[in-house]
Design a binder for this molecule. Structure first.
Ligand code: FE2
Length: 341
């Protein structure tokens, strides 16, 4: 174990809380009523999926107040805020028991999915990977029987700070994640911004983390048999061409390529433990949106009931469709093919 130099304690000014917007009650009621009339399609039928998405966007445009749309404009702009929360959004009036197999209950209404598709579809595209949860565009995040002790979306144990799918080339990775609360007693999602980490990192550590001397491994939730699922050498913490701090760190493991990288990785992990993240319990009807390489996210351990839904999103699916020679309407892609593209 490399010795860790003393690190500065974070200042209060480093903390970040996502802005929160509360949907008025009358909007929630009217949106719930309209969304209850939609049926969730078989997402393998791309025409049916697109029709559902279009109807969902139509409802979101009708029911989201102007200032919500402005907040979404701000969030989706290239220099926009790294995270955003909406509260009091519609939830299915008759919600089935939490799924313990990771799959969407067949008898679930489509209210939450309509809201997720509507919010994302106003600016971007939902994206999934065929190797995870069968390529479902909206995924169930609830403890899976027998997997409670695994550090993944199926577990109950603490899940350290990470980015999703850091092993994939950046151009093929989701730009952001939406988490939507259906039931959640006590499980906090942790959000730590790249800006907070950059501010607190000593200059020599920041310089090491910006070098392409790390490789990210494939997460536990993916099935990629026979593929050496490691990223190309890449940075962990860097500033982009706009000067914005960005961060990328796999949940499973990160392979340092040099002794200096190993030392920097140790110091990076120690630094993360010293910082104060935003702690958000994504309650029923709450949508938490964040940009995947502007924050790291994690989860506290939890004991109570928890059922969230998750959607990955990006600006355009064209590069993924082209790289995988997929259907021009496809939204689910083979991560193995993307690794080789
Ligand atoms: Fe994650």
């Amino acid at each position: 174990m490399t010795s860790v130099p003393s690190l500065p304690r974070p200042q209060a000014s480093f903390s970040f809380e996502p802005p929160v917007l509360q949907l008025p009650e009358r909007n929630r009621e009217a949106w719930t009523l309209d969304a209850s009339a939609l049926s969730y399609p078989d997402y393998h039928d791309l025409n049916a999926w697109n029709a559902f998405r279009d109807a969902s966007v139509h409802l979101a445009l009708r029911h989201l107040p102007e200032h919500f749309a402005e907040a979404l404009d701000e969030f989706f702009s290239p220099v926009g805020i790294p995270a955003l929360m909406f509260e009091n959004l519609p939830v299915d009036p008759e919600l089935p028991p939490n799924p313990s197999d990771g799959l969407r209950p067949r008898n679930k209404q489509a209210v939450s999915e309509a809201v997720i598709c509507g919010i994302v579809g106003m600016h971007g595209e939902i994206l999934s990977y065929l190797n995870e949860k069968f390529g479902a565009p909206i995924q169930e995040v609830a403890p899976i029987r027998g997997m409670e002790r695994i550090q993944s979306n199926a577990g109950r144990v603490q899940f350290g700070f990470h980015s999703d799918n850091a092993f994939l080339p950046r151009r093929f990775r989701q730009k952001g994640i939406l988490l939507y609360g259906l039931r959640n007693q006590d499980a906090a999602t942790l959000v730590l911004t790249a800006g907070q980490i950059m501010e607190a990192a000593p200059p020599d550590l920041a310089a090491s983390l910006a070098k392409p001397i790390f490789r990210h491994a494939c997460p536990a939730s993916f099935s990629l048999p026979g593929t050496p699922a490691l990223s190309a050498p890449c940075s962990i913490l860097w500033r982009d061409e706009l000067g914005l701090a960005r961060v990328s760190a796999a949940s499973s493991s990160i392979e340092p390529l040099t002794p200096g990288a190993a030392e920097a990785l140790d110091r990076f992990r120690t630094l993360l433990m010293s910082l104060e993240p935003a702690r958000v319990v994504v309650q029923p009807g709450t949508a938490l949106l964040f940009k995947d390489d502007r924050v790291l996210h994690g989860r506290d351990s939890f004991a109570g009931s928890r059922w969230l839904q998750r959607a990955y999103f990006t600006d355009s699916l064209d590069p993924l469709r082209k790289a995988t020679r997929s259907d021009p309407q496809a939204f689910a892609f083979d991560a193995g093919a993307l690794l080789c593209a």
